[in-house]
Design a protein around this ligand. Structure first.
Ligand code: 13P
Ligand code: SF4
Length: 281
Protein backbone atom coordinates (compact mmCIF):
# COMPACT_ATOMS: atom_id res chain seq x y z
CA UNK A 1 0.00 0.00 0.00
CA UNK A 2 1.30 3.45 -0.85
CA UNK A 3 0.40 7.06 -0.10
CA UNK A 4 0.10 9.58 -2.96
CA UNK A 5 3.30 11.35 -1.76
CA UNK A 6 5.42 8.28 -2.47
CA UNK A 7 8.02 8.28 -5.22
CA UNK A 8 6.46 7.39 -8.61
CA UNK A 9 8.24 4.02 -8.78
CA UNK A 10 6.74 2.97 -5.42
CA UNK A 11 3.23 4.03 -6.46
CA UNK A 12 3.75 2.08 -9.69
CA UNK A 13 4.27 -1.24 -7.89
CA UNK A 14 1.69 -0.76 -5.12
CA UNK A 15 -1.51 -2.82 -5.04
CA UNK A 16 -3.35 0.12 -3.52
CA UNK A 17 -2.57 3.86 -3.51
CA UNK A 18 -4.61 6.34 -1.48
CA UNK A 19 -4.87 9.22 0.97
CA UNK A 20 -4.67 8.63 4.72
CA UNK A 21 -8.36 7.80 5.00
CA UNK A 22 -8.39 5.34 2.10
CA UNK A 23 -5.22 3.64 3.40
CA UNK A 24 -6.88 3.05 6.79
CA UNK A 25 -10.10 1.82 5.15
CA UNK A 26 -8.20 -0.49 2.82
CA UNK A 27 -6.01 -1.87 5.62
CA UNK A 28 -9.16 -2.91 7.44
CA UNK A 29 -10.66 -4.44 4.31
CA UNK A 30 -7.78 -6.46 2.89
CA UNK A 31 -7.48 -10.20 3.48
CA UNK A 32 -3.69 -10.14 2.95
CA UNK A 33 -1.65 -11.50 5.87
CA UNK A 34 1.03 -8.84 5.47
CA UNK A 35 0.65 -5.14 4.75
CA UNK A 36 3.69 -3.20 3.56
CA UNK A 37 2.87 0.44 4.26
CA UNK A 38 4.79 2.79 1.99
CA UNK A 39 3.80 5.89 3.91
CA UNK A 40 4.87 7.51 7.14
CA UNK A 41 5.03 5.78 10.51
CA UNK A 42 1.59 6.85 11.79
CA UNK A 43 -0.02 5.31 8.69
CA UNK A 44 1.65 1.96 9.45
CA UNK A 45 0.66 2.26 13.12
CA UNK A 46 -2.95 2.93 12.15
CA UNK A 47 -2.92 -0.20 9.96
CA UNK A 48 -1.39 -2.21 12.84
CA UNK A 49 -4.09 -0.97 15.24
CA UNK A 50 -6.86 -1.81 12.78
CA UNK A 51 -5.38 -5.23 11.91
CA UNK A 52 -4.02 -6.84 15.09
CA UNK A 53 -3.69 -10.22 13.35
CA UNK A 54 -1.69 -8.95 10.39
CA UNK A 55 2.00 -8.23 10.08
CA UNK A 56 2.55 -4.57 9.18
CA UNK A 57 5.88 -3.65 7.60
CA UNK A 58 7.42 -0.33 6.58
CA UNK A 59 10.38 -0.13 4.15
CA UNK A 60 12.22 2.55 6.19
CA UNK A 61 11.33 2.64 9.88
CA UNK A 62 12.63 6.21 10.23
CA UNK A 63 9.86 7.60 7.99
CA UNK A 64 8.29 9.86 10.62
CA UNK A 65 6.15 13.00 10.30
CA UNK A 66 7.06 16.47 11.59
CA UNK A 67 3.41 17.16 12.32
CA UNK A 68 2.86 13.98 14.35
CA UNK A 69 6.11 14.73 16.22
CA UNK A 70 4.83 18.17 17.21
CA UNK A 71 2.37 16.64 19.69
CA UNK A 72 3.69 14.27 22.35
CA UNK A 73 1.24 12.20 24.37
CA UNK A 74 2.41 13.61 27.73
CA UNK A 75 1.79 17.17 26.50
CA UNK A 76 -1.65 16.28 25.20
CA UNK A 77 -2.43 14.63 28.54
CA UNK A 78 -1.50 17.87 30.33
CA UNK A 79 -3.66 19.93 27.90
CA UNK A 80 -6.60 17.58 28.52
CA UNK A 81 -6.14 18.00 32.27
CA UNK A 82 -6.45 21.77 31.90
CA UNK A 83 -9.70 21.28 29.92
CA UNK A 84 -11.48 18.32 31.52
CA UNK A 85 -14.84 19.16 29.91
CA UNK A 86 -13.50 19.19 26.31
CA UNK A 87 -13.67 16.48 23.65
CA UNK A 88 -10.34 15.66 22.00
CA UNK A 89 -10.41 15.52 18.20
CA UNK A 90 -7.07 14.39 16.77
CA UNK A 91 -5.80 14.52 13.24
CA UNK A 92 -4.74 11.10 11.95
CA UNK A 93 -1.17 12.49 11.70
CA UNK A 94 -0.49 11.55 15.33
CA UNK A 95 1.18 8.69 17.21
CA UNK A 96 -0.81 5.75 18.55
CA UNK A 97 -0.22 7.15 22.07
CA UNK A 98 -1.92 10.43 21.11
CA UNK A 99 -4.80 8.61 19.41
CA UNK A 100 -5.26 6.55 22.58
CA UNK A 101 -5.98 9.83 24.44
CA UNK A 102 -8.47 11.06 21.82
CA UNK A 103 -12.26 10.86 21.52
CA UNK A 104 -12.27 10.77 17.74
CA UNK A 105 -9.75 10.87 14.91
CA UNK A 106 -10.18 12.79 11.64
CA UNK A 107 -8.32 12.98 8.35
CA UNK A 108 -8.31 15.95 6.01
CA UNK A 109 -10.80 13.97 3.90
CA UNK A 110 -13.49 13.66 6.58
CA UNK A 111 -12.71 16.37 9.17
CA UNK A 112 -15.54 18.75 8.23
CA UNK A 113 -18.12 15.96 8.15
CA UNK A 114 -17.03 14.58 11.53
CA UNK A 115 -16.71 17.89 13.39
CA UNK A 116 -20.11 18.94 12.02
CA UNK A 117 -21.57 15.78 13.59
CA UNK A 118 -20.33 16.57 17.10
CA UNK A 119 -22.87 18.21 19.44
CA UNK A 120 -23.17 21.92 18.63
CA UNK A 121 -22.32 22.98 22.16
CA UNK A 122 -19.33 20.60 22.47
CA UNK A 123 -16.10 22.16 23.67
CA UNK A 124 -13.30 20.73 21.56
CA UNK A 125 -9.52 20.46 21.71
CA UNK A 126 -8.07 19.89 18.24
CA UNK A 127 -4.50 18.92 17.39
CA UNK A 128 -1.88 18.94 16.22
CA UNK A 129 -2.27 20.92 12.97
CA UNK A 130 -3.11 24.59 13.60
CA UNK A 131 -3.70 25.23 9.89
CA UNK A 132 -6.18 22.39 9.44
CA UNK A 133 -7.79 23.30 12.78
CA UNK A 134 -8.28 26.92 11.73
CA UNK A 135 -9.74 25.76 8.40
CA UNK A 136 -12.19 23.43 10.17
CA UNK A 137 -13.22 26.25 12.54
CA UNK A 138 -13.84 28.58 9.59
CA UNK A 139 -15.81 26.02 7.59
CA UNK A 140 -17.94 24.67 10.47
CA UNK A 141 -18.35 27.83 12.58
CA UNK A 142 -16.89 25.95 15.57
CA UNK A 143 -14.44 27.45 18.00
CA UNK A 144 -12.12 24.53 18.70
CA UNK A 145 -9.00 25.21 20.79
CA UNK A 146 -6.01 24.48 18.57
CA UNK A 147 -2.69 22.79 19.26
CA UNK A 148 0.17 24.86 17.84
CA UNK A 149 1.67 22.30 15.43
CA UNK A 150 2.19 22.23 11.70
CA UNK A 151 3.60 20.22 8.81
CA UNK A 152 6.95 21.70 7.79
CA UNK A 153 6.24 20.90 4.11
CA UNK A 154 2.85 22.62 3.86
CA UNK A 155 3.63 25.45 6.25
CA UNK A 156 6.53 26.62 4.05
CA UNK A 157 4.40 27.33 0.95
CA UNK A 158 4.65 31.08 0.73
CA UNK A 159 2.09 33.65 -0.27
CA UNK A 160 4.75 35.44 -2.35
CA UNK A 161 5.58 32.32 -4.34
CA UNK A 162 1.91 31.61 -4.98
CA UNK A 163 1.38 35.22 -6.11
CA UNK A 164 4.30 34.83 -8.56
CA UNK A 165 2.88 31.59 -9.95
CA UNK A 166 -0.57 33.16 -10.33
CA UNK A 167 0.98 36.05 -12.24
CA UNK A 168 2.81 33.60 -14.50
CA UNK A 169 -0.25 31.36 -15.00
CA UNK A 170 -3.26 33.68 -14.59
CA UNK A 171 -5.74 31.11 -15.91
CA UNK A 172 -4.61 28.28 -13.61
CA UNK A 173 -6.73 27.07 -10.70
CA UNK A 174 -5.03 26.60 -7.32
CA UNK A 175 -5.27 23.29 -5.46
CA UNK A 176 -4.31 23.37 -1.77
CA UNK A 177 -4.12 20.90 1.08
CA UNK A 178 -5.71 22.31 4.28
CA UNK A 179 -2.35 21.90 6.07
CA UNK A 180 -1.28 25.05 4.16
CA UNK A 181 -1.41 28.45 5.85
CA UNK A 182 -4.52 30.64 5.82
CA UNK A 183 -3.11 33.01 3.15
CA UNK A 184 -2.61 30.07 0.76
CA UNK A 185 -5.97 28.43 1.45
CA UNK A 186 -7.77 31.75 0.92
CA UNK A 187 -6.10 32.13 -2.49
CA UNK A 188 -7.08 28.59 -3.58
CA UNK A 189 -9.91 27.29 -5.72
CA UNK A 190 -10.04 23.75 -4.35
CA UNK A 191 -9.06 22.79 -0.78
CA UNK A 192 -8.98 19.17 0.32
CA UNK A 193 -7.12 15.97 1.05
CA UNK A 194 -4.78 14.54 -1.58
CA UNK A 195 -7.61 12.28 -2.83
CA UNK A 196 -10.03 15.22 -3.09
CA UNK A 197 -7.52 17.32 -5.08
CA UNK A 198 -6.71 14.42 -7.43
CA UNK A 199 -10.39 13.66 -8.02
CA UNK A 200 -11.14 17.31 -8.82
CA UNK A 201 -8.46 17.37 -11.52
CA UNK A 202 -9.61 14.03 -12.94
CA UNK A 203 -13.14 15.44 -13.23
CA UNK A 204 -11.95 18.77 -14.75
CA UNK A 205 -8.91 17.87 -16.87
CA UNK A 206 -9.38 20.86 -19.19
CA UNK A 207 -7.94 23.31 -16.58
CA UNK A 208 -4.36 24.20 -15.63
CA UNK A 209 -3.50 23.72 -11.94
CA UNK A 210 -1.01 25.15 -9.46
CA UNK A 211 -0.46 22.40 -6.89
CA UNK A 212 0.06 23.48 -3.26
CA UNK A 213 0.70 20.12 -1.66
CA UNK A 214 3.66 17.75 -1.43
CA UNK A 215 5.02 16.10 -4.57
CA UNK A 216 3.60 12.79 -5.73
CA UNK A 217 -0.06 13.53 -6.50
CA UNK A 218 0.98 14.25 -10.10
CA UNK A 219 1.70 10.54 -10.64
CA UNK A 220 -1.92 9.52 -10.04
CA UNK A 221 -3.25 12.49 -12.02
CA UNK A 222 -1.10 11.87 -15.10
CA UNK A 223 -2.12 8.20 -15.13
CA UNK A 224 -5.71 9.15 -15.94
CA UNK A 225 -5.18 12.64 -17.43
CA UNK A 226 -1.84 12.58 -19.30
CA UNK A 227 -2.45 15.95 -20.97
CA UNK A 228 -3.45 18.05 -17.98
CA UNK A 229 -1.07 20.91 -17.16
CA UNK A 230 0.17 20.84 -13.56
CA UNK A 231 2.36 23.59 -12.18
CA UNK A 232 4.16 21.82 -9.35
CA UNK A 233 5.88 23.59 -6.47
CA UNK A 234 8.50 20.84 -6.08
CA UNK A 235 8.11 20.40 -2.38
CA UNK A 236 8.56 16.75 -1.50
CA UNK A 237 7.96 15.29 1.95
CA UNK A 238 11.41 13.92 2.71
CA UNK A 239 9.96 11.43 5.18
CA UNK A 240 7.71 9.95 2.51
CA UNK A 241 10.66 9.86 0.12
CA UNK A 242 12.77 7.76 2.49
CA UNK A 243 11.16 4.68 0.96
CA UNK A 244 12.91 3.45 -2.18
CA UNK A 245 12.35 0.42 -4.39
CA UNK A 246 15.52 -1.15 -2.93
CA UNK A 247 14.27 -0.72 0.65
CA UNK A 248 10.84 -2.01 -0.35
CA UNK A 249 12.42 -5.10 -1.91
CA UNK A 250 14.51 -5.79 1.21
CA UNK A 251 11.48 -5.21 3.43
CA UNK A 252 9.39 -7.79 1.53
CA UNK A 253 12.29 -10.27 1.45
CA UNK A 254 13.10 -10.00 5.15
CA UNK A 255 9.58 -9.24 6.43
CA UNK A 256 11.11 -6.41 8.41
CA UNK A 257 11.02 -3.72 9.81
CA UNK A 258 7.75 -4.55 11.57
CA UNK A 259 5.52 -1.79 12.98
CA UNK A 260 3.58 -2.88 16.04
CA UNK A 261 1.61 -1.19 18.80
CA UNK A 262 1.44 -2.53 22.36
CA UNK A 263 -1.93 -4.34 22.78
CA UNK A 264 -3.25 -2.11 25.61
CA UNK A 265 -2.45 1.08 23.69
CA UNK A 266 -3.81 -0.40 20.45
CA UNK A 267 -7.12 -1.19 22.17
CA UNK A 268 -7.44 2.43 23.36
CA UNK A 269 -6.36 3.91 20.02
CA UNK A 270 -8.72 1.67 18.05
CA UNK A 271 -11.82 3.29 19.61
CA UNK A 272 -11.38 6.82 18.11
CA UNK A 273 -10.09 5.39 14.81
CA UNK A 274 -13.04 3.02 14.47
CA UNK A 275 -15.43 5.84 15.35
CA UNK A 276 -13.91 7.90 12.53
CA UNK A 277 -14.30 5.03 10.06
CA UNK A 278 -17.92 4.46 11.12
CA UNK A 279 -18.73 8.17 10.81
CA UNK A 280 -17.06 8.36 7.39
CA UNK A 281 -19.44 5.89 5.76
P1 13P B 1 -3.98 13.10 3.09
O1 13P B 1 -4.84 12.55 4.16
O2 13P B 1 -4.60 14.20 2.33
O3 13P B 1 -3.48 12.00 2.22
O4 13P B 1 -2.71 13.82 3.76
C1 13P B 1 -1.75 13.16 4.49
C2 13P B 1 -0.64 14.04 4.80
O5 13P B 1 0.30 13.64 5.44
C3 13P B 1 -0.68 15.40 4.33
O6 13P B 1 0.53 16.03 4.58
FE1 SF4 C 1 3.80 14.63 7.78
FE2 SF4 C 1 3.90 16.85 6.36
FE3 SF4 C 1 5.05 14.66 5.43
FE4 SF4 C 1 2.35 14.85 5.53
S1 SF4 C 1 3.76 16.05 4.26
S2 SF4 C 1 3.59 13.11 6.15
S3 SF4 C 1 2.10 16.02 7.43
S4 SF4 C 1 5.64 15.78 7.28
Amino acid sequence: MAHYYQRAEIQAVADFVGDSLALAQQAQKTDADIIVMCGVHFMAETAAILCPNKKVLIPDASAGCSLADSCQAADLQAWKKEHPDHLVVSYVNTSAAVKALSDIVVTSGNALKIVNRLPEDAKILFGPDRNLGRYINEQTGRNMDLWNGCCHVHDRFSQEHLAELKKQYPDALVLAHPECRKQIVEQSDVVGSTAVLIKYVQEHPQNKYIVMTADGVDYEIYKSCPHVQLIATENACEYMHLHTLEKLFACVQNESPIVSVAPEMAMQALKPIQKMLDWSK
